[in-house]
Design a protein around this ligand. Structure first.
Ligand code: HMG
Length: 375
């Protein structure tokens, strides 16, 4: 039985900061961000937008593509930027999508790798329950401390995917190469709002993990580089994926997969699936039945190399114009506004800002997040 991604959609903030603006205020050469790191802009999130509101937007678009949402009997929410250590963010998505009550909902975490774990779990689940559909949502907002080398790689997005049999976008293949190792390259203590990291170690461990996971994938599948038509990488910034590709494939479609990420920044768990959408939307060549390799990496660390075959007629399931418009229609903010967005002091004026989708964080009352329809 073929199982994989039947529908996919993404969402990000309504606001962005140009990295030229950041470079000016941080007294950095813009070329370092643009060429050295490979980023042009980053999505910046107002206080009324969070991992739930963008996840609802992405999920509504993905679910609109299926005939009956009552077939969804599992929802997995992948994130490392949750605001609650107990209640799952997925419950809010379940509520706003009005999914049936007879549906398992839970969050899952392993840095940027978690959405891949969710996808693989969903595949096994659908293999056992062929009439079921699983909604996988990956949603992250990435924040570093101001004036650190990570600051120009901030960003955020949500990707929602429906996993089912006879998928209309991508069939997931059987083999994976996995590499798990205990390393402190990137971490976020619960008492911190921003992630901490060891830049050089993180880049080193990403590339080392790629080599090991890839070899394990080739050994398991008895295949080689020539069996892959293109590769999507976890892309915390464009240059990371370029370094990875230089070390391995030199695949001709790489730049197409990095277009969206260069404008929205790192979206952690969603990042590799933003790359997939960017590749499918922006590659004029027909990718019908092509084999895509995926390198998923989550600091800490877990890495997995796996593959999928693009479905015949996949273009019918895409909305490139909608995706471009969403990015194009974002509003540019000034450096001062960026600083205000990052500060907790902006919380009282939640309603002042626009949301990307139909749901807004209206207030936080008695330590409870209260969501409402956005204006
Ligand atoms: P940095 O200290 O700014 O790096 O950190 P740099 O000084 O080495 O400069 C970066 C590149 O810019 C270099 O090129 C420079 O030569 C070049 P490279 O040697 O890499 O080819 N450069 C210039 N180019 C043109 N004109 C100039 C110029 N100046 C310098 N004027 C880094 C950069 C991206 C590492 C930093 O932003 C960082 O630490 N980010 C956070 C950690 C990170 O993203 N790590 C990536 C791997 S780990 C991962 O992917 C997981 C993650 O997504 C989290 C999770 O799993 O949850 C992060």
């Amino acid at each position: 039985m073929k199982v994989g991604i039947d529908s996919i959609a993404f969402s990000t903030s309504k606001y962005f900061l140009k990295l030229e603006t950041l470079a000016l205020h941080r007294r950095e050469d813009y070329e370092k961000y643009y060429v050295g790191i490979g980023q042009k802009q980053m999505s910046v999130f107002p206080p009324n937008e969070d991992i739930v509101t963008i996840a609802v937007d992405a999920a509504q678009k993905a679910v609109a593509e299926i005939a009956d949402k009552n077939d969804i009997d599992m929802l997995i929410f992948a994130t490392e930027s949750s605001f609650d250590l107990s209640k799952s963010a997925g419950i809010y998505v379940h509520h706003f999508l009005q999914l049936k009550e007879n549906c398992r909902v839970f969050d899952i975490k392993q840095a940027c790798y978690s959405a891949t774990a969710a996808l693989q779990l969903s595949k096994s689940y659908v293999m056992e329950n062929p009439s079921s559909r699983v909604l996988v949502v990956a949603s992250d907002i990435v924040k570093y401390q101001p004036n650190t080398s990570g600051e120009p790689t901030q960003g955020g997005a949500a990707v929602a995917m429906i996993v089912s049999k006879d998928p209309r976008i991508l069939t997931l293949e059987q083999y994976s190469g996995i590499h798990t190792t205990d390393v402190m390259d990137f971490w976020k203590p619960v008492y911190k709002n921003e992630a901490l990291f060891d830049s050089k170690l993180s880049v080193y461990n990403y590339l080392k993990s790629l080599n090991i996971a890839l070899k394990r994938y080739f050994d398991a599948s008895n295949s080689s580089i020539s069996d892959l038509d293109c590769v999507c990488y976890h892309a915390p910034f464009g240059k990371m994926a370029r370094k990875a590709d230089q070390q391995t494939f030199r695949n001709k479609f790489l730049e197409n997969s990095l277009i969206y990420g260069s404008l929205i920044g790192n979206s952690c768990s969603a990042s590799i699936y933003v790359c997939l959408l960017s590749l499918l939307d922006n590659t004029p060549e027909d990718l019908d039945e092509k084999r895509i390799g995926f390198f998923s990496y989550g600091s800490g660390s877990v890495a997995e190399f796996f593959s999928g075959i693009v479905s015949r007629g996949y273009r019918k399931m895409l909305s490139p114009e909608r995706n471009f418009q969403m990015i194009e229609n974002r509003m540019e903010i000034s450096f001062e506004e960026y600083e205000r967005f990052s500060s907790a002091a902006s919380m009282p004026s939640l309603s002042k800002y626009q949301n990307i989708g139909s749901v807004t964080l209206a207030k936080i009352e008695n330590d409870k997040r209260v969501y409402a329809a956005s204006c």
